[in-house]
Design a protein around this ligand. Sequence first.
Ligand code: KIV
Ligand code: ZN
Length: 388
Amino acid sequence: MNDKNRIFLFDTTLRDGEQSPGVSLNVEEKLEIAQQLARLGVDVIEAGFPIASPGDFQAVKTIAQTVKGPIIAGLARANRADIERAWEALKYAENPRIHTFLATSDIHLKYKLQKTRSEMLAQAVDAVKYARQFCPDVEFSAEDATRSDLDFLAEVVAAVISAGATVVNLPDTVGYTVPEEFEKFMRTIIERIPNNEQVIFSVHCHDDLGLAVANSLSGLRAGARQVECTVNGIGERAGNASLEEIIMALYTKHAFFQKEVNIKYNEIYKTSRMVSNLTGMLIQSNKAIVGNNAFAHESGIHQDGVLKERTTYEIMSPELVGVHKNNLVLGKHSGRHAFKERLLELGYELSEAELQKAFALFKDLADKKKEISDDDIEALLKDQGRSV
Ligand code: KIV
Ligand code: ZN
C-alpha cells in the first residue's frame, strides 16, 4: 500500500458526538464504545474533553489505560490548564495525542474570544509548544477554519507546524462550505505550506447543510490524510460527518478515490447499533449504510432484480458491513443460540444471567407475536433496564 494514500480515521463519537443535544455517556458506556471502535479498527479515538468534567476526565483516563491499538486523543483549549489536565488523563495511553484548538475566524476572534489575530497566533504557538513538552503527538485545530481569512489561516498553520504540531486540522465548524469550495480551500492551504509532507492535514466537517461527508471526501482528494467523523454522524447541531458513510464511499468508489483505510468492515453495523443504543439517538430508517431500509427492496421490480442478481440494485453487500439480512427470522421456535447471535450482531454482549432473563422474555413475546424484529428485541432489553 502506498503510504501517501493511507487515510487515518479519527473517530470523535466520544467527544464531538457526545456534544449532541441530550446525549451524556458515563465512563462504562464510553469504555464499551471505545473498545468497539478499537475492534472496528479506527486509527484515533478522541475519548473526550478532560477538563470539561470529572466524569469526562475519568473516561479519557480509563480509555487511555485500557484500550490498546488506536491513538487515544483528548481535547484541550489552547491554554496551559486544559493541556495539563488533558495530559493527566492521556499519559497512560500506549499512543497518546493532545488535541488543542483555537478559532482563527474574525467572527470568533471578535465576538467569542475578543482577541486580535496576532494575540491568537501567539496563543496557538504557545499552546502547541507547551503540549509538545508532554506529548510527541500534538494536533492543532483552527476552529472555524473555513470562515477564516486565507492568508491569516496559512500563517497560523505554518506557525503551529514550526511550534511542533504533528497534525493540523482545518474544521468546517459550522458546516458552511460546499464540496468544490472545500477541495480548493484545502488544496490552497496545503500548497502554501513548505515541507507539507512532514505534517498530516486533517478535515473535520459538520453537517449543517447535509454536506459533511461530501466535503470530507473532497478534503481527502485535496491531500488531507486524516478524516474526523462520528458513528451515525452524531454531533453538535446537525452532527458530524458519518464514519460509516465515509468508509463505504472510499470502499465502493475505490477506483475513483484510490485511498486506503484499515478497517474491519463487518464491525460497522454492530458499532452503529451500539452507539445508537447507548446514546439513545435513533437511526433514521433511510440512513445510508446502517438504516433499517438501507438494504430493503420494496417494489416488485427491484425485488425481482435483486433476486436475479443482487448487484442490479445493491452497490455493496449488506454482509460486508455486518448486516445479516438473510438471517433466520426469530420467532417462538428459535433457540437460545440464534437469539444470542442476533444480540451480538446488534451490539449487545450480555452476561449469562442477563441472557437467560432476556431469552425468557423473548419466548413470552414470541408467543404473542409471530415474528420478532430487531426493534422488538431492543425494546425488550430496554424494559429489562439493559441499554447494551
Ligand atoms: O467543529 C470544530 O471545530 C471542533 C474542533 C474542536 C475540532 O469540534
Ligand atoms: Zn466539531
